[in-house]
Write a protein that binds this ligand. Structure first.
Ligand SMILES: Nc1nc2c(ncn2[C@@H]2O[C@H](COP(=O)(O)OP(=O)(O)OP(=O)(O)O)[C@@H](O)[C@H]2O)c(=O)[nH]1
Length: 540
């Protein structure tokens, strides 16, 4: 059977092995997360030049062996700040474009238009004012604006009914308006025809488009295309060119703010949240050092399997949608495994908690018993060192204290005087008034003497009617002076037996400790008897 120490040692080694295994597992998982982060980093590059630089740095850092976590943390914070900055810029750009669209709507409202068209424009303006539209809503708003502008311009410059030929506006409307040309009273054949263009309107449209193009918050990669469009507008675009420019602007906005990117951003966001969730669970699991090996092994196996799948699908390089779906399903599986793991751990911890609770209860009971025992021992020790009749230290206590004082004297050679006090004629009191009276005398005298001594002095009942007194820091003269006062005080104590005042006295012998004198001589043979020998006398 194992001894208590061996059991604890065994438990310690088991715990050590579990902890090492957990650390290895955690390192592996951290590496997997780093690889995943590496791929995600590569995927979001190209959105912003500043962010690109930081991501490149992050990229390089992650490729290093044994990534410095402090540097990584700093860099991740910088990336977070850049992303926040990007969001703020996007917000500002959104405001700018919305403002431009509002001013275009206002310009159009300034034209002579039927009430129904004005109402539609006012409605669009109101929706723009509500600022609920995000960047992804630009194409919709632009298309709507285009449709309204087409209707408005049609009202301003209607084609001659006899000619039934469509000008550039008709063609423009046919490309951007949601309604068919027939709605406005023209045929497809009419729309194919050409007429001289109303220059003022073309200029107005051109200026509006120029203003919009200048304020569009498109990524840097599209700036070249934008300046080409501006140049075309500056060069005095005709109606055909204007239509192309308008289409190009819509295409640019669509490609810059394409749904794919939006979805990919959302996907990255959710990926990030999930990775954070996994990291938190792993952190909690690491904190729990007492987690069972089986649960850990099972979890490691499941996570490794899913992460391998994840890596395989990422390396296969499928399109974004299938990649997202694979990653999502693998992450779901990982989270399921983690949930199961946490559930098992919770059950295990619950039972461990119950055992621990029981153990703690026993431990507190043991502590309580031990405290009580300790108090009992202290009480016994005190009793063993105390004289039962007087409550003063007894002979054993005196010997212990004498030892200490002697050692101190040996070290410091400060004065030390020892005195022996003897109650006079106690036998006579016993004989005359009985032993109880004798006991009372011993009690009262010891109490009185103890109260008259200094704080550093020590008195013990040596035995019978004899007391021994240690007076450290007092030489013979000082001790004699102090003890004479004691003698006088004791003699004044008002003892009465059988209605008689009885005067009781004590005799004191004392000697000072000095080099060459043995303690035995000191304590057993007082060298100097008291100057005034005590007497016992009954006074009437
Ligand atoms: N009542 C009582 N008497 C005690 C106690 N211890 C010792 N005695 C008595 O004290 C007396 C001591 O007697 P002696 O040694 O002759 O001393 P004494 O009578 O005091 O005479 P001197 O000391 O010479 O003055 C004895 O009768 C003891 O029985 C005690 O605890 N209680």
């Amino acid at each position: 059977m194992l001894s208590e120490t061996e059991r604890w040692r065994q438990k310690y080694f088991d715990q050590l092995a579990t902890t090492e295994q957990e650390e290895t597992s955690l390192r592996n998982r951290m590496r997997t997360l780093e690889r995943l982060l590496f791929r995600v980093t590569a995927a979001v590059q190209g959105v912003d030049s500043e962010l690109d630089c930081e991501l490149l740095e992050l990229h390089a850092l992650l490729q290093q062996e044994g990534t410095d976590l402090v540097v990584l943390d700093t860099l991740v914070k910088q990336v977070e700040q850049s992303v926040q900055g990007l969001d703020r810029r996007r917000q500002r750009d959104t405001e700018t474009v919305l403002g431009t669209l509002c001013s275009l709507v206002d310009q159009l409202l300034g034209c002579e238009l039927p009430e129904s068209h004005k109402a539609a424009l006012v409605d669009l303006g109101n929706r723009l004012q509500q600022r609920v539209a995000g960047l992804q809503r630009y194409p919709v708003l632009l298309a709507e604006y285009g449709r309204l502008q087409a209707q408005a311009l049609q009202q301003i410059a209607p084609p001659p009914p006899t000619a039934r030929k469509a000008g550039f506006l008709d063609r423009f409307f046919s490309r951007v308006a949601l309604d068919s040309p027939e709605h406005y009273g023209y045929t497809a054949g009419d729309l194919a025809a050409t007429d001289p263009e109303p220059t003022a309107i073309v200029d107005q449209l051109s200026a509006s488009l120029r203003s919009l193009v200048e304020q569009l918050p498109l990524p840097g990669a599209m700036h070249a295309e934008l300046s080409q469009l501006k140049s075309r507008l500056d060069a005095g675009a005709d109606s055909e060119a204007l239509l192309d420019v308008f289409d190009a602007v819509v295409d640019l906005v669509l490609s810059a703010l394409g749904r794919g990117q939006q979805e990919f951003e959302l996907f990255l966001q959710s990926l990030d949240e999930r990775l954070n969730g996994i990291q938190q669970v792993l952190d909690r699991s690491q904190a729990n050092h007492s987690s069972s090996r089986n649960n850990n092994a099972e979890l490691q196996h499941a996570v490794r399997r899913h992460v391998t799948n994840l890596q395989a699908s990422m390396q296969a390089g499928p399109d974004v949608e299938s990649l997202m779906s694979t990653v999502n399903s693998n992450l779901d599986s990982i989270l399921d495994s983690l949930d199961r793991f946490m559930q098992k751990e919770a059950e295990r911890e619950q039972s461990a908690d119950a055992q621990l609770g029981e153990l703690q209860q026993r431990l507190s009971q043991m502590e309580e018993d031990s405290r009580e025992l300790q108090q009992q021992v202290i009480r016994e020790q005190q009793r063993a060192l105390t004289d039962a009749l007087t409550g003063l230290p007894n002979r054993v206590a005196y010997e212990q204290r004498a030892q200490l004082e002697l050692q101190r004297w040996d070290r410091n050679r400060c004065p030390l005087t020892v005195a022996v006090l003897d109650i006079d004629k106690l036998k006579a009191i016993n004989d005359e008034y009985g032993h109880l009276a004798g006991d009372k005398v011993i009690q009262l005298i010891s109490k009185e003497v103890a109260s008259l001594l200094g704080e550093a002095d020590f008195i013990a009942r040596y035995g019978g009617e004899e007391f021994v007194i240690l007076l450290p820091e007092k030489d013979l003269a000082a001790a004699a002076q102090a003890l004479e006062k004691v003698q006088e005080q004791v003699a004044r104590l008002p003892f009465h037996f059988r209605n008689q005042r009885v005067r009781i006295t004590v005799s004191i012998g004392l000697c000072e400790m000095y080099q060459g004198r043995s303690w035995w001589m000191c304590s057993t043979k007082p060298i100097r008897p008291c100057t005034r020998p005590s007497t016992m006398a009954a006074t009437g």
